[in-house]
Structure formats: C-alpha cells, structure tokens
Design a binder for this molecule. Structure first.
Ligand SMILES: Cc1cc2nc3c(=O)[nH]c(=O)nc-3n(C[C@H](O)[C@H](O)[C@H](O)COP(=O)(O)OP(=O)(O)OC[C@H]3O[C@@H](n4cnc5c(N)ncnc54)[C@H](O)[C@@H]3O)c2cc1C
Ligand code: SF4
Ligand code: SF4
Length: 411
C-alpha cells in the first residue's frame, strides 16, 4: 500500500479524522464517503501514481488536521496591538454584526453575516467564487459542498448544517480568487496546505465557531422521531436559521412537516452523536481563518441560548488585516452592520469552547497513555491552560485514559 494511503488509514483508525476532505484535495483519487457510523471518511476510488506518493504524503503530513494543527502567528494593523484571549486566540478586531438585508439575517444561522459577506465578495469582484456548504438539492437530508458565483442564490447556503460535509475537498479551495467558508479544521487544512506549498496568495478564509460534527445517522433518527421515516422524499431540511437560533425543520414533498427546537435537536439528538475528533479539537474558534463568526447570544450555564427567537447577532472576529479590511469595506458598502465588541465578551458567552480548550491537554495525555495516536497541536498553550487548574486536569486525564483504554479492547 502507498505510504500516502497508509498515513490516511492511520489517521482514520486512530479516530483523529475530522472528515475535512483535504486529503482528497491533495489526491483527487480519494473521495469522502459516509461510513457505517454516519461520518465522512476518505475512500480510494482511483489508483495513486507511485511517483506522486512521497510528495503527496509530505503534503498530508503538513496539512491534515488529524495529524497537525498549528496556531498561526498573530497578524496586526501597524501601530495597534493585537488582542488576545486564551480561549479565542488572536484578533485584529472584533465586532457584533448582522446582515443589513432582513431576509439574509432571518435565513442565516445567527446574523447571516457569512452569507452577506460571501455574496458581496462575488458581486464586488473581490472573489470569483465562494466555496461553502448547503443542502443537497435532490436529497435535502444530505449536506454537500457548493461553489457559488455571479447570479447564484447565496441564500441556499445560509444557516448551519449539523451534519457531515467535506468542504476542503473542493478543487478550487486553494485558488486565490476563491473565498472559502468552512469549519475551523477545514480552514486550518487549506491554510496549512497552501503555506506548505509556498503559495504566494491564498483564498480569503472564513469560518465559524464549531462545537463539532454530528453523525448523519442522528439526522435520520431525529426525522423518524418527528414522524418522517427514512426514505420519504424531502423538499426541505434545515437545522436552524429562519429566526435565531431557529428550529430544526423538515418538510416532505407530500407536505408533511416536522420541527424541533434547538435544545431538542442539537441538545438531545445531534450534539451527543458528535465524532471523536471534535472532542479533542484544539480550535473550534477558527484561528486559521481571516474572518470567523459565532453566535453572540445570552446563554444559560450549559451554554444554551436563553431565548429561542429574535433577530440574529453574530460575534465577528478579524484574525488578519486582510479579514479586517474586508469587514470594514463590507460595512462601508452597507452589506453588514458591525459595532466593535470586546473579545472578552465573546469568550464569556462561549463556555463550551473555553472548557474544551482548558481541559484538552489532560484529555490528550489520557488518550496517549492508553496507547492511542493523537494529533500534534502547536502553539495553543494547552499545557499552561491545564496547569491553571491541576486537580481538574488530573480528573480529566484519568477519565480520558479510562474511556480510551476500554475503547482499545472494543475495536
Ligand atoms: C457544525 C457546526 C457547529 C457549530 N458550533 C457552534 C458553536 O460551538 N458555537 C457557536 O457560537 N456557533 C456554532 N455554530 C454556528 C455558527 O457559529 C454560525 O453559523 C455562525 O455564527 C455564522 O453565522 P452566520 O449567520 O453569519 O452564518 P450564515 O450566513 O448562516 O452562513 C453559514 C455558513 O456556514 C457554512 N456551513 C454551514 N454548515 C456547514 C458545515 N456543516 N460545514 C461547513 N460549512 C458549513 C455555509 O456554507 C455558510 O457559508 C456551529 C455551526 C456548525 C455548522
Ligand atoms: S482529517 Fe481531513 S485530511 Fe486528514 S484524513 Fe481526515 S479527511 Fe483526510
Ligand atoms: S469541532 Fe473541530 S474537528 Fe470537529 S468539525 Fe469543528 S473544527 Fe472540525
């Protein structure tokens, strides 16, 4: 077996694959396919040419987020200090923002900002296309990567889709005239690959805060609970949006409807089915992106929104001067409304992101001691965060060791 394939297989076997699709961008002979657990995983469709094996393996080792994730060096506007929060990373600027078009704001996941920016980037000629994710038009149960250009309906990709999709597998992901919207691991993979190849320019990278990818099977289970059996043709399936956070909503071609609140859908069915790699994610806050958006909502102790309806507001962070300039230009063009926001205020309403990062070093150590391979995370200061509360870290380390040890013998 070629070394490239052995390396991919080892990432998948260790549970470290996020399904980002970057390996298929390196080698289009791979496809990302749903496995039995309902997650996208790379599968070989076309043979690999042996003469490419070494170069492709090196690219994979430098970019696959199941192998390595590096925190990028901070960018800054000359003369101004970069802001920093341990759980959120570096920021050139931070904002609360929403799309000025009411329909985009309504259909968007939070403020519809990523959709508004995507459409404006293409309309203004700054990008030739935007790569993102949307419901599969012929089977809305599934989520697919899309490329949108002039005259596309950008609202089709508004809203979060809590299901597997591999955006980084898209062929134009590295083109400097693209804009790329993806999960933080997808953006990290694209940036790391572009940097490894020494590209002089890369696409504008946009991302969103990400707790993790649920299994496709969880969507099917939720639909069944709502009285929509597997196999009945759907007209619509959305996970949220149409309000903030909006409901999970499905409609069959016969007009039967089912819906569930955010708490019922994400909290009870989708969230608990999340893949392993997401539980050890060092960066659910898009540190490799130029621009990242998240929910800017009031939460209870568990990090759940305290209200279920309203006009959406996104927390928006520019990580780079390029991202900052794009946000300022979009505000000037009247596409988004954005008011400055302290980074600490964003951190305070993202308890899950804060907790996952603070306990990560301990959980990784437990996993490693139980004999599992773990990805290499560079520059995230995880050890310092773990030592802030040593007793808690020891507890997490033991819990992770125990679960990972048992898992070894189940496989
Ligand atoms: C898997 C997942 C986990 C999330 N976890 C958190 C969280 O922990 N905390 C939090 O604050 N918010 C979370 N969100 C919501 C996210 O932060 C909001 O989508 C963000 O605020 C952007 O809102 P918006 O209204 O500006 O985006 P919109 O204008 O609605 O645009 C959404 C963009 O996301 C892209 N997209 C949607 N689903 C996917 C997907 N599965 N994979 C790749 N791209 C996709 C679309 O292409 C589109 O460009 C999550 C979203 C997803 C999809
Ligand atoms: S994490 Fe991404 S690049 Fe790595 S094996 Fe999985 S799909 Fe491929
Ligand atoms: S939680 Fe991390 S690994 Fe999982 S999908 Fe989100 S960014 Fe990728």
């Amino acid at each position: 077996m070629p070394r490239f394939d052995r390396t991919v297989e080892s990432v998948v076997r260790s549970g470290n694959c996020s399904g980002c699709g970057a390996c298929a961008l390196i080698d289009p002979g791979l496809s990302l396919v749903l496995d039995d657990d309902g997650f996208n995983r790379p599968v070989r469709r076309l043979p690999l040419s042996p003469k490419n094996d070494r170069q492709m393996t090196d690219e994979l080792l430098a970019s696959c987020p199941g192998i390595v994730v590096k925190r990028p060096m901070p960018d800054q506007i000359s003369g101004e200090e970069t802001r920093f929060e341990p759980a959120l990373g570096h920021a050139v600027s931070s904002w609360q923002a929403w799309a000025t078009d009411p329909e985009t704001r309504f259909r968007g996941s939070s403020g519809g900002v990523l959709t508004a920016l995507a459409e404006w980037l293409v309309d203004s000629g700054r990008s030739a296309r935007v790569i993102g994710a949307a419901a599969d038009a012929s089977e809305p149960r599934r989520t697919v990567a899309v490329q949108l250009g002039r005259n596309s309906d950008f609202l089709q990709q508004a809203g979060s889709r809590y299901a597997p999709v591999s955006v980084a597998a898209q062929g134009s992901s590295l083109s400097p005239d693209s804009a790329f919207v993806g999960k933080p691991c997808e953006v990290a993979a694209v940036r790391q690959l572009s940097e490894y190849r020494g590209d002089e320019e890369r696409p504008l990278l946009m991302s969103f805060f990400c707790a993790g990818v649920p299994s496709q099977l969880a969507t099917d289970r939720l639909l069944s609970e709502l009285g929509i059996p597997v196999g009945s043709p759907l007209r619509t399936l959305r996970y949220r949006g149409h309000g903030w956070p909006g409901e999970f909503y499905a409609e069959t071609v016969d007009g039967a409807q089912g819906s569930a609140t955010y708490d019922e859908s994400w909290g009870k069915q989708l969230g608990p089915s999340m893949q392993w790699r997401c539980k050890i994610c060092p960066d659910g806050v898009g540190e490799s992106a130029d621009i990242v958006a998240g929910d800017y909502w009031k939460t209870d102790d568990r990090g759940y929104p305290e209200f279920t309806d309203g006009s959406g507001v996104s927390a928006l962070i520019a990580r780079t001067t390029r991202g900052h300039e794009a946000i300022v230009a979009a505000v000037d063009a009247g596409v988004i409304q954005a008011d400055p926001l302290d980074l600490r205020q964003i951190s305070s309403i993202q308890p899950y992101q804060v907790e996952r990062r603070a306990t990560l070093w301990a959980r990784l150590l437990g996993r490693r001691l139980a004999g599992w391979k773990i990805p290499r995370y560079v520059g995230f200061q995880l050890l310092e965060l773990a030592f802030e509360r040593p007793l808690r870290s020891a507890r997490y380390m033991y819990g992770s060791f125990r679960r990972s040890w048992v898992e070894r013998f189940r496989r």
